[in-house]
Design a protein around this ligand. Structure first.
Ligand SMILES: [Zn+2]
Length: 244
C-alpha cells in the first residue's frame, strides 16, 4: 500500500516538473522548429547551387573539348583536300569527297553542341544567381531567428537546467514500467498530462465523471488506477472546499 502511494507521488512530482518544462518549450513556441526547417532549406539550396556550379564547370569543359576536336577535324579536312589534288581517278576523288563531307558534318554537329552548351550555361547562370539571392535571404532570416531563439533560450536556460536536474533525480524514484506508461500517455494526450487527480468528481484530464466507488479506490491508493475515458493515471482525489 505504501509502495503504490510512493509510486504515485513520484509520478506526480515528475508530472509537475514536466509541466514546467512544457511551459518553457511553449514559450519558445514554433521557433526551434522554424530554425531547424530554415537550416534544412538552406542546406538544400546550397546543394543545388553547388550542383549548378559543377554543371557550369562541366559545360565549359565540354566546350573546350569540342573546340579541340573541331580543330583536329578541320586539320583532317585540310589534309583530305590536299590529297584530293593528287588523285588518280574519279573514284578516289569521290571517296575523299565523301570523307570530307563526313568530317564537315562532324564539325557542324560539334558546333551545334557548343551552341547548346552556351545556351545551357546562360540558363544555369541565371539559376545560380537566383540561388545566390535565395541563399542570402535565407541566411539573413535564419540569423534573425537564431538570435531570437538564443535570446529566448537565454531567458530560461538556467531554469531549464535546474528542472532537468530535478527530473533526473525524480525519475530514479519512478518505477521503470510505470515511467514507460507515463511517457506513452504523455505522447498521446493533447495537454501532455499523464497523471491527474479527481477534482469536482471529474477526471482532471478529460473532465468525465468518475464514479464514487472508483474515487474511493483511488483514495485508498492500493493500485494504479486509470481513467476509463482517457486512460490517464488518476493519482488522487482532491476535494475542494464547498463553494455553494
Ligand atoms: Zn479522463
Amino acid at each position: 500500500m505504501e509502495t503504490i502511494k510512493k509510486k504515485l507521488n513520484a509520478l506526480l512530482d515528475l508530472q509537475a516538473i514536466d509541466c514546467q518544462l512544457d511551459d518553457i518549450a511553449r514559450m519558445r513556441g514554433a521557433l526551434p522548429e522554424e530554425v531547424k526547417d530554415l537550416e534544412n532549406e538552406l542546406t538544400a539550396l546550397q546543394t543545388r547551387s553547388y550542383n549548378t556550379q559543377e554543371e557550369l564547370a562541366n559545360l565549359e569543359q565540354e566546350i573546350v573539348t569540342r573546340r579541340v576536336s573541331i580543330k583536329s577535324l578541320e586539320a583532317l579536312v585540310k589534309k583530305y583536300e590536299e590529297q584530293q589534288m593528287s588523285v588518280r581517278n574519279n573514284r578516289e576523288y569521290d571517296a575523299i569527297t565523301k570523307e570530307i563531307d563526313l568530317q564537315k558534318l562532324e564539325i557542324q554537329l560539334a558546333e551545334k553542341r557548343i551552341k547548346s552548351a552556351y545556351e545551357r550555361i546562360e540558363k544555369q547562370k541565371i539559376e545560380l544567381e537566383q540561388y545566390q539571392v535565395f541563399i542570402e535571404k535565407s541566411q539573413q532570416v535564419l540569423a534573425d531567428k537564431q538570435e531570437a531563439l538564443q535570446a529566448l533560450i537565454g531567458e530560461s536556460e538556467g531554469e531549464e537546467q535546474k528542472l532537468n536536474e530535478q527530473r533526473r533525480k525524480v525519475t530514479q524514484h519512478v518505477d521503470k514500467q510505470l515511467l514507460k506508461v507515463y511517457e506513452r500517455i504523455r505522447k498521446n494526450v493533447r495537454n501532455k498530462l499523464a497523471v491527474v487527480v479527481v477534482k469536482r468528481e471529474a477526471c482532471g484530464g478529460c473532465f468525465n465523471k468518475v464514479p464514487p466507488q472508483k474515487q474511493a479506490d483511488i483514495k485508498e491508493k492500493r493500485s494504479i488506477i486509470v481513467c476509463e475515458y482517457c486512460g490517464r493515471i488518476i493519482a488522487d482525489v482532491i476535494v475542494p472546499p464547498e463553494e455553494d
